[in-house]
Design a protein around this ligand. Sequence first.
Ligand code: SF4
Ligand code: SF4
Length: 117
Amino acid sequence: MVKAIILCCDNCRDRYCIGCQRCFTAAREGKGEFEKFDKVDIVGLVGCGGCPGYIVPKIKLFNKWIEGLDDYDTVFIGKCIVVANEKGNCPYGDVNKIKEMIEKTFGKQVVVGTHPW
Ligand code: SF4
Ligand code: SF4
């Protein structure tokens, strides 16, 4: 089992993906990128902080917030962020750079993508 957070695009959350229901459903049912693991326990949904992107400070803030509570080992980069980089104008420009940045800064396992829909 992995304990994970989902990282999401603040421009998409609750605008194009209402209530983040798709990622939570996929995580619960083991669909999409969650299929790679026998069980995924989502401990948090963390926004990117909005354009131009504050992913590192937002994760630092989240890590501070959960001190003494549920820790996690894996970061799923939401499909919203993948689409924002591949088809939109996300200032990061490359989701693999976001992956490397999180791995290097926080030493967590990072999975690109989430739900299959
Ligand atoms: S892709 Fe997932 S994390 Fe991103 S907005 Fe949609 S449901 Fe939320
Ligand atoms: S486009 Fe990129 S930086 Fe802007 S809100 Fe979405 S993920 Fe964050």
